[in-house]
Ligand binder design. Structure first.
Ligand code: UP5
Ligand code: MG
Length: 200
């Protein structure tokens, strides 16, 4: 069923690179449906009766990657909800999958069992800038992983486990890389330029 909807983009980048910020802007411009794997996991963690609540909590605090069965099921459910929703327009059936896949086996499994990605949008940002953004956000975000110790762990997971996913797609010529260092408006302009070539 999902294979019938060809536009699905993986949005990757380090913690605090600006994935969520840019996805929100793309939603208003292109009518994509934005699904953040991290947001879905945080919602599942809060859901009364969830059997994964404690597990998700522990993994997120330690910057570790939640077992893919959990994340893929959440993404698949959210996509199916969008597709089957009576009010959904054709445009809303174009998906931005934010912060997933973070590990190579997740990428392979998702593309094989759910839907292939058209390409990967990769927000490239130096660690120092990402750290400053996350510490600033941590003053008000209430996120359990916006503190120095968790941020250090998230960076390590990103370098060791998630960058290989980006490199895997890069070798296939499927990565659109955007410098995420400038202010959000400029990053957005660069993103639109890159998407114009790919999406028309
Ligand atoms: N900001 C944004 N853009 C800026 C710019 N250009 N200049 C200056 N400031 C900018 O932005 C972060 C902050 O920076 C904000 O305050 C923003 O205003 C500012 P945001 O857009 O939120 O960046 P984003 O890349 O989305 O950062 P986020 O913290 O969400 O990244 P993570 O990848 O760490 O978080 P995520 O929610 O994806 O995952 C959290 C955890 O969930 C993971 O560590 C992991 O434990 C778990 N997880 C899984 O296990 N599996 C998954 O598949 C996904 C997540
Ligand atoms: Mg995010």
């Amino acid at each position: 069923l999902l294979a019938a909807f060809p536009t699905l983009i993986f949005v990757l980048g380090g913690p605090g690179a600006g994935k969520g910020t840019q996805c929100s802007r793309l939603v208003s411009r292109y009518g994509f449906t934005h699904l953040s794997a991290g947001d879905l996991l945080r919602a599942e963690q809060e859901r009364p009766g969830s059997q994964y609540g404690q597990l998700i909590k522990d993994y997120i605090k330690d910057g570790l990657i939640v077992p893919m069965e959990v994340t893929i099921a959440l993404l698949e459910n959210a996509m199916n909800d969008t597709i089957s929703s009576a009010s959904s327009s054709p445009k809303s059936k174009r998906f931005l999958i934010d912060g997933f896949p973070r590990k190579l086996d997740q990428a392979l499994k998702f593309e094989e069992s759910v839907c292939a990605a058209q390409f990967v949008l990769f927000y490239d940002c130096p660690e120092a800038a990402m750290e400053a953004r996350l510490l600033e956000r941590g003053k008000t975000s209430g996120r359990s992983d916006d503190n120095e110790e968790s941020i250090r762990k998230r960076f390590r997971t990103f370098v060791e486990t998630s960058m290989p996913v980006v490199e895997y797609y890069e070798k296939q010529g499927r990565v659109v890389k955007i410098d995420a260092t400038p202010e959000p408006d400029e990053v957005e302009a660069k993103t639109r330029e890159a998407l114009r070539e790919r999406l028309g």
